[in-house]
Design a binder for this molecule. Structure first.
Ligand code: ATP
Length: 235
């Protein structure tokens, strides 16, 4: 892909207190790409998303988004620059219904999708518009969490294990949603343990080990790379 990447991460290191977790992560993502972070438990995938979003204790290196350096920026500044994070625990309001949740995006930038458009993208959520957060299935909660960050107007979406704990048919729906987001021009970086799912959505995969990116594989060249991936991931 030509042109400058939308997101460039160079030599990213991160700490939780005294615990040094990322040891120099390098990632490039072009606008409109869907990219996964793969790797075993504890490799640093979630911490990479948290670091990009500015929610770790300390970080160093470089994180540029649209040419702007964000490694020293606060998380609210990063959010207003157009990056949104959908954490593994989803972060929706249990006591509010679906529409109310959608009325409370974390930030709102120009280009945030109106509720009607959200409901076109997520017809299941429309049917559940008056249901409380607590009454939603795991899949509906995940859809709502993604829908909420689309309200913000962010163009780069960081998704932490959107397939986790969901039934295969729901995982397929999430995959459909991610492909629809790509078609609309969103850029997605997602952490995944489910490699079969990752293959159905991503253009490229980065493999992490011990707080570093150790490999990158294009999805259309997977056939020749399966041996390597098998060793990294045990898939
Ligand atoms: P997983 O899928 O298990 O979450 P991961 O690749 O996303 O794996 P991280 O969650 O980024 O890995 O964790 C990387 C390392 O950082 C692990 O050794 C983990 O124990 C440690 N770690 C994660 N969160 C914290 C925290 N809040 N405080 C201290 N150490 C942490």
């Amino acid at each position: 892909q030509g042109g400058a990447p939308l997101l460039t991460v160079r030599g990213l290191q991160a700490w939780y207190g005294e615990s040094h977790v990322l040891h120099g992560v390098d990632i490039d993502i072009h606008a409109g790409e869907v990219v996964t972070l793969l790797g075993r438990n504890g490799a640093g995938k979630t911490t990479t998303l948290r670091s990009i979003m500015g929610v770790v204790g300390r970080r160093s290196g470089s994180i540029t988004y649209g040419g702007r350096e964000l490694v020293d920026a606060r998380s609210d500044v990063i959010a207003r620059a157009g990056i949104a994070w959908c954490p593994e625990e989803r972060g929706i309001f249990a006591s509010l219904d679906v529409t109310e949740n959608l009325m409370l995006p974390p930030v709102v930038l120009p280009g945030g999708l109106p509720i009607e458009e959200i409901y076109t993208l997520f017809p299941n959520l429309k049917e559940r518009a008056r249901s409380q957060g607590t009454k939603l299935s795991g899949g509906e909660q995940q859809m709502l969490a993604i829908a909420r960050i689309l309200r913000t107007g962010a163009k780069l979406l960081l998704l932490d294990e959107p397939s986790e704990g969901l039934a295969p048919v729901i995982v397929q729906q999430i995959g459909h949603t991610i492909r629809a987001l790509k078609q609309r021009g969103f850029t997605v970086l997602l952490v995944e343990q489910n490699f079969r799912f990752a293959q159905t959505v991503a253009d490229r995969h980065y493999v992490m080990e011990h707080g570093k990116v150790v490999d990158m594989v294009r999805n259309d060249e997977l056939a020749g790379s399966m041996g390597r991936l098998h060793e990294y991931l045990g898939v």
